[in-house]
Design a protein around this ligand. Structure first.
Ligand code: MG
Length: 374
């Protein structure tokens, strides 16, 4: 049962290269499966989410983060009677354009590109991956995904100015993306806010007292859990609380989005697209609580002293390698040397680095920059 404002697969704007229908998978299911089978998707397994160094075997990497976001997205999209296949495909592809070393890696790569008068954007990079870099099919380059999945890759988390990005004109930048895409920014945050609390606690970089004092929504649920389960271990109390925080955020995303749709009289996908602003989101109250979680994580984890060395290493490895290949393009692999004959060298180097796993880029650093990445 899909609502009137859901994307209907029968009304998809289709693929760049028309293909016959599959006998028992619809086009969005096929797109989801194409993402899962992509090489760039498998490489997420060795890309940092938050922690470059493995404090334990239980830590998220970008792949497990992605799977968690897909789970939350399916639940929320289903509750809102949206197209779960499309939403799931978008969740699975949402981080595919991320370079190695998490946020620090992205910053370093962008800085190296800006020094060349260019920039790095992970959504645009994701689009290049699915449109061009993945080569699985004899009939076309890329994954030949439907319009709605490509549009969602570009528009799920931010708006692009049509004047600055003429190459994105086909993605109707003056319209809002479907709700299936709008959701991803929020389910992504629900996923990483709760997962980063968990990993930070597990790594002993955050203490329970610190989290309780710094995250009001956590503290509220923790008191509930302490009353219900006074005698269980702290870690179980933590898990039970964190699960309730996650539920609270997901519940609110569903009920508030539903409320927005009612309030603005949204009945069709056309209404969603034409609306002046995005309709998916948290209520003001929960948005405040979500902000507190995020601020807490920035102050106590992402910018913590404990992770400073990792970040410095990440930035050094990326900027040194970028500089090395700028000076020694002949050391690039053949395929990239050939690409550099008709594309700008910085862009080719950026594409190469962005695709790397943490492990591979560390090897390259040892090989070409003579240093040992810690
Ligand atoms: Mg993400």
């Amino acid at each position: 049962m899909l609502s009137g404002y859901a994307v209907q697969v029968e009304r998809s704007r289709g693929r760049r290269f028309p293909e016959p229908q599959h006998p028992y998978r619809n086009d969005f299911q096929r797109d989801r499966d194409r993402v899962i089978h992509a090489r760039a998707f498998r490489r997420l397994e060795d890309k940092t989410q938050v922690f470059t160094r493995r404090y334990s075997d239980h830590f998220r990497n970008r792949l497990t983060h992605t799977i968690e976001v897909a789970q939350i997205t399916r639940t929320v999209a289903g509750a809102l009677e949206l197209n779960v296949d499309l939403a799931e495909a978008l969740a699975l592809v949402h981080d595919i354009g991320h370079p190695p070393f998490g946020h620090a890696g992205e910053k370093a790569l962008d800085a190296a590109m800006r020094a060349q008068g260019l920039f790095f954007d992970h959504n645009l990079h994701a689009l290049r991956i699915v449109e061009d870099f993945e080569q699985r099919y004899a009939a076309f380059r890329g994954l030949n995904l439907t319009f709605e999945v490509r549009e969602g890759i570009i528009k799920h988390s931010r708006d692009y100015d049509a004047a600055l990005y003429p190459e994105l004109a086909e993605y109707v930048l003056d319209q809002r993306p479907p709700l299936e895409a709008q959701l991803i920014d929020f389910t992504d945050e629900i996923g990483y806010d709760t997962a980063d609390l968990d990993d930070g606690y597990e790594a002993h970089l955050l203490t329970l007292d610190q989290i309780r004092a710094g995250v009001p929504v956590f503290e509220r649920f923790f008191r509930e859990v302490e009353c219900a389960y006074p005698n269980v271990a702290d870690k179980l109390k933590f898990n039970e609380t964190n699960k309730r925080v996650l539920n609270r955020l997901a519940d609110d995303l569903i009920s508030n989005t539903r409320g927005q749709l009612e309030q603005h009289g949204i009945h069709t996908l056309g209404d969603v697209r034409a609306h002046e602003s995005r309709l998916a989101g948290f209520s003001p109250e929960i948005d405040r609580e979500r902000r507190q979680v995020k601020d807490f994580l920035y102050d106590n984890l992402y910018y913590s002293h404990a992770l400073a060395d990792e970040k410095e290493d990440a930035e050094r490895v990326i900027s040194d390698l970028f500089a090395f290949w700028m000076e020694n393009p002949s050391a690039l692999p053949n395929a990239y040397r050939e690409k550099a004959e008709h594309e700008s060298l910085p862009r080719v180097i950026c594409d190469y680095i962005a695709g790397m796993t943490d492990h591979f880029i560390n090897d390259q650093y040892e090989r070409y920059c003579g240093g040992k990445a810690r």
